[in-house]
Design a protein around this ligand. Structure first.
Ligand SMILES: Cc1ncc(COP(=O)(O)O)c(C=O)c1O
Length: 287
């Protein structure tokens, strides 16, 4: 495997990060998870924009132009013969000293990995998955900007541990107001009275690229859409529920805690949007 590291391709075994790197010491950095389908990077511009937005939020200057980053992603995919796969693009604050100050870190560390990812088994896509509502509360945007995809995922990891302890694959996180925010690595939607509902970005929600696509596909397919605060009770009482994310794509939720969602099967709106999403990918008519 070849890793793109600070401007050049190196063997996996030679892709080293300093123990003084603030990405490692403090989770100080930003990243993207991106899919490639048929040799083309899915929603490339949107992911690159979010990467640079995330960096701006944490006052990190990425030492490459957006076009250089795009070229580097393709270079990494080609070097690893990955046409359909997953790209992880990481920019850390770089090497500093043991103090917290990011201004002692003079050169960000940038690396790109091209690999495969299968977040959930196929049966879960056919039958739906079970999730829990985590006790770990999602950090509010007043603590860490939720619009930024930072390397600081401990909040999500703690909720993920709760999910694993409960024997399920994902956890829904509530925000400090007690409303539904998102899952540890996915956005969440519910269907209620024929309307598709998802938490607004103000509910400590990462502006998911897949979330944006699904909202657009829903409108195009005549499904009414609303972004508004959602209570945990509404989630329990939803007719349908599903998650979206780059790695997960679109996956139905049929059980939340000990409550069955709808009739416990993948519902019609979810099926429709799942099919529309697959069709959109297959069409290749995206940038
Ligand atoms: C916390 C969180 N929310 C939502 C998402 C989904 O975002 P996207 O669709 O851009 O992958 C992710 C994954 O990137 C995530 O880590």
């Amino acid at each position: 495997m070849k890793i793109w590291m600070n401007g050049k391709l190196v063997d996996r075994g030679a892709a080293h990060v300093s123990v003084f790197d603030h990405g490692l010491l403090y989770g100080d950095g930003v990243f993207e998870g991106i899919r490639a389908y048929g040799g083309k990077v899915f929603q490339c511009a949107a992911h690159i924009e979010r990467l640079y937005d995330s960096a701006r939020h944490i006052r990190l200057a990425i030492p490459y132009t957006k076009q250089e980053m795009i070229d580097a992603i393709y270079e990494t995919l080609h070097a690893n013969n990955v046409a359909d796969g997953y790209v992880r693009l990481v920019v850390t604050r770089g090497e500093g000293n043991l103090g917290l100050s990011p201004f002692r870190c003079h050169e960000p560390t940038t690396f790109i990995i091209a690999d495969q990812i299968a977040l959930y088994p196929k049966e879960m896509y056919d039958e739906g998955m079970a999730v829990i509502i985590a006790k770990t509360v999602r950090v509010s945007p007043t603590m860490v900007p939720s619009a930024a995809k930072t390397l600081n995922y401990l909040n999500n990891i703690l909720a993920k541990i709760e999910a694993v302890d409960a024997g399920v694959a994902e956890a829904v996180m509530l925000n400090t107001a007690g409303n539904v925010s998102e899952c540890t690595g996915d956005n969440i939607f519910l269907v209620r009275d024929g309307e598709l509902v998802t938490s607004p970005l103000s509910a400590s929600v990462l502006p998911g690229i897949t979330r944006g696509i699904v909202l657009r596909l829903a409108r195009e397919n005549g499904v009414p859409v609303r972004e508004r605060d959602v209570t945990p009770r509404e989630l329990y009482e939803a007719q349908e529920c599903f998650l979206t994310g780059t790695a997960a794509e679109v996956i139905a939720v049929t059980k939340i805690d000990d409550r069955q969602i709808g009739d416990g099967r993948v519902g019609p709106v979810t099926q429709k949007l799942f099919a529309a999403f697959r069709q959109y990918i297959k069409s290749g008519k995206w940038d």
